[in-house]
Design a protein around this ligand. Structure first.
Ligand SMILES: Nc1ncnc2c1ncn2[C@@H]1O[C@H](COP(=O)(O)OP(=O)(O)OP(=O)(O)O)[C@@H](O)[C@H]1O
Length: 261
C-alpha cells in the first residue's frame, strides 16, 4: 500500500521546546523471518509532546517499543533516544538511558508482595540512585500526590482498584523523573470513567513535568484526550500522521478505517 500524503502536525504552542527532538526513529526495519513487521518506519517525538501510535492488532506497536528501549535489535535504520543512538550503547549505557525513559506496562507490573511505598522505591534502588530516608519519603509522597493517591503508601496492591493500580504504576514511573514515558495500552481493562481519568492524568503529567510520551492505545477516547499528534502504523510504515482531528476528517479509506466503529 502506498503511503498517504502525510498530514502535517499543527503548529505547537511552545515552538522552542517543540523543536527539541527527544526520540527519533529513522527508517527502521525489523523482521522475524519472513514476517516484515517494521518496514522503513520513521517517527519523531518532541520535548513535552504526546504522540500516539495507532495500529491494528499485530501491526508491530509492541515491537516498536521494544526496539526503542533496546530489547529487540533492529535490522536497519537508526533509533536515537535523548541524543543517544540505541544501537551503539553497551549494557551499562542502555541501563542508564532506561532510567530516563519510563515505561508503563499494560499489566502495571506492580509487586504484589510489596507495599505501594516499596513498589515506588524499587526503581530508585534498581538504578542505584542513593537518597537519604527523608529524601526517599519526600519522593514517594510527591509521586503519590502527583497521581492523586497521597494516602496509599502503606497499602498493598491487592487492596487497590484497577484505576488506582494504574495510578501507582504511573507514580512508580514518575519517581525517576523521566524525560520520556512509553505507555502501553494505558486504559485497557478500565471502565470508561476511570479510563478518562487516566487519560486526563497523562495530560497533567505532561504539563507539569514537560515529559514527552509515546502512547500505544486502541481506546479512541484516550487517543483524543492525550495525543498532540497521532501516527498511523500500517504495513510496517508510518502511513500518515497528524492531529486527531486532522486524521479523523481525512477521506482516505485506510485512515478512515481507524475512526469508524
Ligand atoms: N519475539 C518475537 N519473535 C517473533 N515474532 C514476533 C516477536 N515479537 C513480535 N512478533 C511478531 O511481530 C508482529 C507484531 O507484533 P506486536 O506484538 O508488535 O503487535 P501489536 O501491534 O503490539 O499488537 P497488539 O495490539 O495485538 O498488542 C506479530 O506478527 C508478532 O507475531
Amino acid at each position: 500500500m502506498e503511503p498517504a500524503t502525510q498530514i502535517r502536525p499543527a503548529p505547537v504552542e511552545h515552538a522552542a521546546e517543540a523543536a527539541e527532538t527527544v526520540l527519533t526513529v529513522a527508517h527502521v526495519s525489523k523482521s522475524f523471518g519472513d514476517n516484515h513487521v517494521l518496514r522503513d518506519f520513521s517517527l519523531e517525538l518532541g520535548r513535552a509532546e504526546n504522540v500516539v501510535v495507532l495500529g491494528k492488532s499485530g501491526s508491530g506497536k509492541s515491537v516498536l517499543i521494544k526496539c526503542i528501549i533496546g530489547l529487540l535489535p533492529i535490522d536497519a535504520g537508526r533509533i536515537v533516544v535523548l541524543g543517544q543512538d540505541v544501537g551503539t550503547l553497551d549494557h551499562a549505557a542502555m541501563d542508564r538511558l532506561r532510567a530516563r525513559v519510563g515505561f508503563l506496562f499494560q499489566s502495571n507490573a506492580l509487586y504484589d508482595s510489596m507495599t505501594v511505598r516499596e513498589n515506588l522505591l524499587f526503581p530508585l534502588r534498581r538504578h542505584w540512585l542513593a537518597h537519604t530516608p527523608d529524601q526517599e519519603r519526600e519522593l514517594v509522597e510527591q509521586a503519590l500526590a502527583d497521581v492523586g493517591l497521597a494516602h496509599t503508601a502503606e497499602m498493598m496492591p491487592a487492596e487497590l482498584s484497577g484505576g488506582m493500580r494504574k495510578r501507582i504504576a504511573l507514580a512508580r514511573t514518575l519517581i525517576l523523573r523521566p524525560d520520556i514515558i512509553l505507555y502501553d495500552e494505558p486504559t485497557t481493562g478500565l471502565d470508561p470513567i476511570t479510563a478518562r481519568e487516566i487519560s486526563h492524568l497523562m495530560r497533567e503529567v505532561q504539563r507539569k513535568y514537560r515529559t514527552s510520551a509515546l502512547i500505544i492505545s486502541h481506546d479512541m477516547n484516550c487517543v483524543r484526550l492525550t495525543a498532540d499528534r497521532v501516527a498511523l502504523l500500517v504495513d510496517g510504515r508510518c502511513y500518515a500522521e497528524g492531529t486527531f482531528e486532522e486524521l479523523q476528517q481525512s477521506p482516505d479509506p485506510p485512515i478512515r478505517a481507524f475512526f469508524t466503529e
